[in-house]
Write a protein that binds this ligand. Sequence first.
Ligand SMILES: *Cc1c(COP(=O)(O)O)cnc(C)c1O
Length: 388
Amino acid sequence: MTDFLVTNKMKKKDFIQHRTPFYSYDLKLLKETLEEAKSAAKKYDYHIHYALKANSNDRILKIIHEKEFGADCVSGNEVKKALEIGFPSSKIAFAGVGKSDEEILIGLANDIFAFNCESIEEIDVINQLAKGQNKMARIALRLNPNVDANTHKYITTGLEENKFGINSWELNNLIDRLPSWANIELTGLHFHIGSQITSMTPFKNLCIRVNEFNTWFRERNIHIQHLNLGGGLGIDYHEPEKNPIPDFELFFGVFNQFLQPFSHQEIHFELGRSLVGNCGSLNSRVLYIKKGIKTNFAILDAGMTELLRPAIYQAYHFIENVTSKSENKEFYDVVGPICESSDCFGKKIELKETKRGDYIKIHSTGAYGEVMSSKYNLREQNPVFYIE
Ligand SMILES: *Cc1c(COP(=O)(O)O)cnc(C)c1O
């Protein structure tokens, strides 16, 4: 893939003349966001692992690594990528409901911080593989707290009806088996209730459940070294320019207020979207304005192959016509060129009067954007611009 670093020498005007579509990243905003998250977490001695799945672009990962974040991985390749960038294995957590044997072996070979385990069956397999390698595997139990994240159903993960995590009724069975797993060291409890959570209430409810689980283990004399509260903090997709950086102080403050860890328990988080979401944009041009029965379609040269979120979870992104000089505003259904009806970025979007060739910026695409792009319809691989 072609990478361009846009510095002061290369003017903004030059980069928007490039063939569209393409992603661009504001590295200054990324760094400011990371600094704010870091200083808010430092206040309480909290540890942050960056969730690579939100954006695993090398240049972005290097910056996150330089700021000394840990890594949260959901595949063997993400573990490999984190190591390659330089994240220390002692700061790598490995989550995921379906880890293959091969992926588990990568984690074992590198003595990672913890496997976040999602079932008794998985712990059994990790134990066997660790035995074969003569290793001890550190694990955290991903527990299902049955807390509603009040977010889109496809990004809700902490309810008993979801495929994720170990449910509370399985815990007695699990701890009965614990002594028989000779190559497993249980070090933590892990939770992740969902994504794009903008109210603090679900996080408060999570704390209350975590305290109950934590006490339950303590009463059974099981020493838990770390609590991992996962990620999920949302960003402002509606007014990204007004609120480019999420309120990390408010977020960590909720945990400080409601979580009751025992002494010496470390507190970890796995943030993805909130760290990288607002620093990315998808840049596109209007191919055609097509008159429909009820609405005009603005057909872009970017589609669901570049940005999948609107098609799979009706996600909202702020869309802006950057080049129109018109004083008039009109409503458009903003769609892509892909042969799927769900290839739509937004219905009834108000834009400055738009014509063929106008330059359209889709905001807040730094998380779950470029990483989810596909070659469907044999689409081109696009270049990426980084703005310093
Ligand atoms: C996706 C994921 C995260 C990150 O979620 P964000 O909403 O991007 O902060 C953290 N932990 C786990 C286990 C995940 O699957």
